[in-house]
Write a protein that binds this ligand. Structure first.
Ligand SMILES: *[C@@H]1O[C@H](CO)[C@@H](O)[C@H](O)[C@H]1NC(C)=O
Ligand SMILES: *[C@@H]1O[C@H](CO)[C@@H](O)[C@H](O)[C@H]1NC(C)=O
Ligand SMILES: *[C@@H]1O[C@H](CO)[C@@H](O)[C@H](O)[C@H]1NC(C)=O
Ligand SMILES: *[C@@H]1O[C@H](CO)[C@@H](O)[C@H](O)[C@H]1NC(C)=O
Length: 424
């Protein structure tokens, strides 16, 4: 599609189809789809979707035309800033692509006015590009991932270097989890309103650990294992800046053509790969990798997910097994399990109860501070936001917890937790 400007109005009759309801209705689908579509396979389309009434997101979806009912949203333009009905998407003669509210206020744009853009196209890889007369990309959607990486897409130093989870199925705004490419590695963080800074709950440091230089990019790649293509390797490959140093980790190895894959940081903070097997007529999407996994502990168990057991719970073998209480009894876990509300932060208004043989989700990937157990307690007592502290008596390490969430059961009773509870 080259230079003519086009305007597309959102239709009033859009019906709700959520990001996670994979069966979209064909009729409505047609109405919401902007004229851009790449050729299959796999097919990508630029479309509007909504998960709450009258709040639309411009997004790219992935699926095969042979089975139009199977779409996955893989990129979005205006997360956290939805548009209402009669919004317009305009590709102007100046080369700027603009999504505007009905009253003309700009909701999102590519900022490419007068930068030599002569056309707009959606590549078969799912990359939406604005290109110049030499065919160079002035802007590309691959540079702006939100929670998803497509094959060939990267996190980049000096660009978007992290994925941020979505808040919930209905709320399309930033959630608490992020996958961050750091100078020396790749890590997962949880950020809540209580915690002053994001908390590390997983690090790839055993597989990616840069000694010299800094990471330039991390890219999702898929390649056949051998010329025959009996198996396909799905990799996260990394490159070190200004160096020939590089490497990769194989995440999955499906025994079919796995070219149509994407990686997503989910609402729950897990990382999964979704692969489309085009030989299959229905149920063709398969989860080919799960970082936190119930059955396969090559990577991590589900217990290491901060919110696996909701706001409070003890997790063992990926299951929530107990709800701690100040009376010292471990009750059966349910979704309502929560720490008791503190009435005040004065020293005489609360006490601690002790849990033996537990780790906080922070304990595994952060070192904690080297202090005496009693000083660890004092630190928590003098900090209103501290909800409890965790201590390893073997290593004399202390962790202050601003969020309790999921505690993991460990064999060693020298790993202890002290939870604040109100004095009644
Ligand atoms: C694998 O799938 C991709 C995309 O669907 C396709 O372009 C490619 O030709 C396939 N490879 C083989 C060996 O069939
Ligand atoms: C959208 O446009 C239609 C047709 O012009 C109009 O009837 C409707 O009131 C508009 N809605 C809003 C929210 O502007
Ligand atoms: C990744 O980084 C390397 C080294 O700096 C660079 O040569 C390469 O072009 C980068 N790839 C992407 C996809 O950005
Ligand atoms: C607990 O940890 C200590 C020190 O690391 C070790 O000596 C001991 O054997 C562990 N106990 C169990 C039950 O794993």
């Amino acid at each position: 599609m080259s230079s003519p400007s086009f305007t597309m109005s959102l239709l009033l009759s859009l019906s709700l189809f959520s990001l996670f309801a994979f069966i979209a209705q064909a009729q409505n689908t047609m109405e919401t789809t902007v004229c851009l579509a790449s050729l299959p396979p796999p097919a990508f389309q630029l479309a509007f979707y909504n998960t709450t009434p009258n709040a639309f997101t411009l997004a790219l979806r992935m699926g095969l035309t042979r089975s139009e009912s199977l779409f996955r949203w893989v990129w979005e333009a205006n997360r956290g800033n939805p548009v209402g009905e009669n919004a317009t998407l305009t590709f102007g003669t100046d080369g700027n692509l603009v999504l505007a509210h009905a009253d003309g206020r700009v909701a999102w744009q590519t900022n490419t006015a007068n930068k030599g853009v002569v056309g707009l196209k959606l590549l078969p890889t799912g990359n939406l590009v604005l290109y110049n007369s030499n065919g160079g990309f002035v802007w590309q959607s691959f540079d702006y991932p939100t929670d998803t990486l497509l094959v060939g897409q990267s996190l980049r130093a000096g660009g978007v270097s992290k994925l941020v989870s979505r808040a919930s199925e209905t709320e399309n705004k930033d959630g608490p989890y992020s996958l961050v490419m750091e100078p020396k590695g790749l890590a997962l963080y949880y950020k809540s309103a209580n915690s002053p800074k994001p908390l590390l709950y997983f690090s790839f440091s055993e597989r990616i650990n840069i000694q010299t230089g800094t990471l330039d990019n991390v890219t999702l790649n898929v390649s056949p294992d051998t010329d025959e293509g009996y198996a396909y390797n799905i990799n996260l490959d990394y490159q070190v800046a200004k160096s020939s140093s590089s490497g990769g980790i194989i995440l999955a190895r499906p025994k079919y053509n796995a070219t149509s894959t994407f990686l997503r940081l989910g609402i729950d903070g897990n990382i999964k790969l979704y692969t489309y097997n085009d030989k299959v007529d229905w149920g063709a999407w398969e989860v080919t990798f799960s970082l936190f996994d119930r059955d396969n502990s090559i990577w991590e168990t589900e217990c290491q997910l901060p919110e696996r057991c909701g706001s409070f719970g003890v997790c063992e073998d990926s299951q929530c097994v107990a709800c701690p209480s100040s009376s010292g009894v471990l009750l059966g876990w349910s979704k309502t399990c929560a720490p008791e509300k503190l009435t005040s932060c004065k020293a005489n208004s609360f006490h601690y109860y002790k849990l033996e043989g537990v780790d906080h989700f922070l304990s595994k990937y952060t070192t904690g501070s080297a202090t005496k157990e009693v000083d660890c307690g004092k630190k928590c007592s003098s900090d209103c936001k501290c909800l409890g502290y965790f201590y390893n008596q073997d290593t004399s390490r202390c962790w202050i917890a601003y969020d309790l969430k999921t505690l993991t059961k460990v064999a060693n009773s020298t790993h202890v937790g002290y939870i604040k509870a109100p004095n009644h």
